[in-house]
Design a protein around this ligand. Structure first.
Ligand SMILES: Cc1cc2nc3c(=O)[nH]c(=O)nc-3n(C[C@H](O)[C@H](O)[C@H](O)COP(=O)(O)OP(=O)(O)OC[C@H]3O[C@@H](n4cnc5c(N)ncnc54)[C@H](O)[C@@H]3O)c2cc1C
Length: 414
């Protein structure tokens, strides 16, 4: 049986490891933080995952918190006017619900499960030198270290990386006591032209149910405003100021909010980048990158954990199908990455996410406006978050958008 080393115990690394263990592989996961440290640490993500990505977890028996956490049943889109008005505002249901389990809950639970399934969990910060020894002792080394330094071993792919710098100033605020939205739970996605985006949805954190606020400020704009924030209380106050100033209907839901915990806040920025999936170590050994380590997206579309689950699924099946062949053959390694990129739609999610970081073109504004009265558009937009390959033919294509709007108008006219 092949021996697999996975560096990085996050969404993709743990999911792949647990899938391989279920099939009897010998798996070592090298990761830099213990479950206890993660559980007691700072939030890392907002991690909303849609149906396909959740199904891949369910297939491996990893949906331990599904019954405890709230489902996300739909999506609402609003565009803010300059005067606090809301010229675009609509909502649609997801065909199958999404869910967001705080990684501070999920990763420690999955690490325990890894050991229960017989995996070796090594707590250490993996270095380049350590990668050499792992490569010597295993048939395959997968690097799944997310935004950690080891990503720099993988060369940037300029054709797949259109943005050379951070496109948003990011912040997360985990809160409780937010007024629930009416009708159904949802990702409320708010676009503030020229300023940024704000989205919010329910989740399960270490202290129970919560709502996660995600702020995406255009660099240099009024929502790129976190520089002087030092304390958790200041972070919450700044979050509320943004809502009251730019999206008052969201501010109105937050009169009573409190932080879930002092570490339920995060601020930062990073450039989205796609890298070559294979790196060669000084010894000549090859290693394979997975998920954020080689395909890092801005969170604006909430696709990163989804992509990580889809990549882990693709890599798992590529490895299972390769029981006899070499796992360091470069053609196989590249095909494995492409299986996620093409076969699972990670590439389409990346292209769409990168497009959303630019000012919306006229056909997108027309689509959002038309969805005010045409539920078919609202519904298609909402459900394409599960599989962003659907966006290519209409959302990203002006002619396709025109045709789709005309078709929906025709259907509505009867
Ligand atoms: C603000 C924000 C909001 C987000 N919201 C969403 C969302 O709503 N929906 C969504 O789908 N995605 C979202 N994401 C993205 C999502 O969290 C990531 O894409 C996903 O966690 C990536 O999984 P991964 O396995 O590649 O890496 P990670 O989950 O980051 O795991 C990497 C692991 O490797 C470890 N590590 C790093 N370096 C080393 C080393 N040298 N040695 C050993 N271990 C190491 C880390 O400690 C970590 O445990 C968001 C991200 C951010 C920043």
């Amino acid at each position: 049986m092949q021996r697999i080393a996975i560096v990085g115990g996050g969404q993709s690394g743990l999911q792949l490891a647990l899938g391989l263990l279920q099939r009897g592989y010998k798996v070592t996961v090298v990761t830099d933080r213990s479950g206890e440290d993660i559980a007691a640490g700072r939030v890392m993500s907002s991690q909303c995952m849609f149906h396909t990505a959740l199904e891949y977890e369910r297939e491996l028996g990893l949906n331990f918190w599904e019954q405890d956490g709230p489902y996300v049943e739909g999506m609402s889109v609003s565009i803010a006017g300059p005067d606090g008005s809301r010229p675009v505002h609509w909502a649609a249901r997801l065909e199958k619900p999404a869910q967001a389990i705080d990684q501070r809950v999920k990763y420690p639970g999955w690490m325990k499960e890894l050991e229960r399934r017989g995996g070796a969990l090594v707590l250490e910060t993996c270095t380049r030198a350590r990668l050499e020894s792992l490569a010597a002792e295993h048939d395959l080394v997968v690097v799944a270290t997310g935004k950690g330094d080891l990503k720099d071993l993988f060369k940037k792919d300029p054709e797949r990386s259109p943005h050379g710098q951070p496109m948003r100033a990011l912040a997360l605020t985990y809160v409780k006591k937010m007024t629930p939205r009416p009708e159904f739970t949802a990702v409320n996605f708010n676009i503030i032209p020229g300023v940024g985006e704000y989205f919010v949805f329910p989740s399960l954190t270490t202290t129970g149910a919560c709502e996660i606020m995600v702020f995406e400020g255009i660099p240099g704009g009024p929502m790129d405003c976190w520089g002087d924030v030092k304390t958790p209380a200041e972070h919450l106050a700044k979050s509320r100021w943004i809502l009251d100033t730019f999206v008052p209907w969201e501010g109105a839901r937050c009169r009573e909010v409190e932080l879930t915990d002092d570490l339920g806040v995060l601020r930062g920025r990073f450039a989205p980048v796609v890298r070559e999936p294979i790196a060669r170590l000084p010894s000549g050994a090859t290693i394979l990158g997975m998920a954020d380590a080689v395909c890092l997206n801005d969170p604006i579309t909430g696709q990163g954990s989804n992509n990580a689950s889809k990549a882990a699924h693709a890599y798992l099946h590529a490895i299972l199908e390769r029981a006899e062949g070499s796992l360091t053959d470069e053609d196989w390694m590249r095909a494995t990455f492409e299986r996620a990129w093409e076969g699972e739609g990670v590439g389409a999610a990346t292209v769409w996410t990168n497009a959303l970081l630019l000012p919306p073109p006229p056909h997108v504004l027309e689509l959002f406006g038309a969805a005010n009265s045409l539920n078919g558009i609202a519904s298609r937009f909402t459900n394409a978050f599960n599989d962003p390959r659907d966006f290519g033919s209409w959302f990203l294509d002006p002619a396709g958008a025109k045709g789709f709007i005309a078709e929906q108008r025709g259907a509505a006219a009867g």
